[in-house]
Design a protein around this ligand. Structure first.
Ligand SMILES: Cc1cc2nc3c(=O)[nH]c(=O)nc-3n(C[C@H](O)[C@H](O)[C@H](O)COP(=O)(O)OP(=O)(O)OC[C@H]3O[C@@H](n4cnc5c(N)ncnc54)[C@H](O)[C@@H]3O)c2cc1C
Ligand code: SF4
Length: 324
């Protein structure tokens, strides 16, 4: 591991001031950052420890749920307000990693976890995300785990988070504080697709700290569900996942959210499929058609072509669960 300066942040302002440099990284649970530092894939010159900041509360503010960025994945997943009002979030968190990791991992760190693309993590292969301009080894490599949606000629890595997929279906807002003040960023705008610059992964600027997540109270949220398909039942990232949130009245769909994971370069919102469902009966025909639409535009490669049908079936299953 390359030498680095360690800073223990005494306050949010101290964290922001210490994290402003382009080579600084905040550390929370450390389950992504320390891993990648050991592999020498990430080589920060300064590590700003934010674990002492007062950002762990989970509280109702006028109906919306506010979750501090340092709340652990375990605390969020088992919180009674989350399980009762935002079940997709609890399901997504509990489908990720292992109990030990969830005890360490925080909401802010989960939002900013890095891809599991093996060529990114090996520290040697050409990788535009790790070393901009070097190329993308995955394009001529083994792509079973890679994305079929939102790809670019520079990067086809999947976004790995389960939590973020649920957050998209729940219309979450990411609250930040940084060198230019406070911002509220819609979750669907938070992660940036690779485009020409796969090394840029989020809307954050250096030194900008995620302080809270806000989950608005909507009629859809209480019916939300998360469905994950993976190679084994635990400790495995999604091959395909779907979060859905449905508002139903008398068997008709009044509003819908559909988000996909394991299939795209960012937590993916299937807007056309959502629009299609509005005003239609909550039944198999509508759900099948919407599931097909959710994968429209998919660009599979030889090793991951199975993901298109798998993705459709995963969305269908999530919609069936959301309506039951
Ligand atoms: C073996 C293994 C299996 C896993 N399986 C899954 C899985 O199935 N599903 C899944 O979704 N995830 C999985 N994960 C990933 C795990 O969820 C993340 O590592 C974890 O959520 C990161 O949180 P952290 O607090 O440890 O982040 P850290 O490692 O502390 O930080 C990660 C990044 O976020 C930044 N950061 C942290 N907090 C903030 C903040 N408040 N503001 C701004 N930047 C911040 C850091 O600078 C760093 O770049 C797995 C991880 C491992 C090691
Ligand atoms: S897919 Fe992205 S992360 Fe993987 S090697 Fe290519 S550029 Fe790097």
């Amino acid at each position: 591991m390359q030498p680095f300066t360690y800073v223990h942040a005494e306050s949010v302002d101290h964290a922001i001031a210490s994290g402003r440099g382009p080579h600084a990284q905040f550390v929370a649970g450390g389950t992504t950052l320390v891993d990648l530092m050991r592999l020498e894939v990430m080589r920060p010159r300064a590590v700003v420890d934010i674990t002492g900041l007062p950002l762990t509360a989970i509280e109702d503010r006028g109906g919306a749920l506010w979750i501090g960025a340092l709340a652990t994945n375990t605390d969020v997943a088992y919180h009674p307000l989350v399980t009762a009002r935002f079940p997709a979030l609890a399901e997504a968190l509990l489908s990720g990693a292992s109990p030990q990791l969830r005890n360490m991992a925080t909401v802010g760190g989960n939002l900013l976890q890095r891809t599991r693309c093996p060529y990114f993590r090996d520290g040697m292969s050409p990788c535009n995300k790790r070393a901009p301009g070097t190329g993308c080894a995955a394009l001529d490599g083994y792509t079973r785990s890679h994305a079929v949606l939102g790809t670019s000629p520079r990067c086809i890595a999947t976004h790995p988070s389960d939590m973020c997929v649920a957050l998209v279906a729940l219309d979450a807002v990411v609250h930040t504080q940084g060198p230019s003040g406070r911002r509220a960023i819609a979750i669907a705008e938070f992660h940036t697709p690779p485009g020409e610059h796969p090394e840029i992964e989020s809307a954050l600027v250096p030194g900008e700290l995620v302080t809270h997540l806000e989950l608005p109270a909507t009629p859809r949220a209480a019916r939300s569900r998360y469905t994950k398909v993976r190679d084994r039942a635990s400790f495995s990232f999604a091959l395909a996942s779907a979060a859905v949130a449905l508002e139903l009245r008398g068997g008709e769909i009044r509003d819908a959210r559909i988000a996909l994971g394991g299939l795209a370069t960012v937590p993916w919102r299937a807007r056309e499929a959502e629009r299609f469902l509005i005003g239609r009966p909550a039944g198999p025909d509508s759900f099948r058609r919407a599931a097909a639409m959710a994968l429209d535009g998919a660009a599979p490669r030889d090793d991951n072509s199975f993901k298109v049908e798998l993705g459709r079936r995963t969305v269908l299953r999530a919609l069936q669960r959301g309506a039951s």
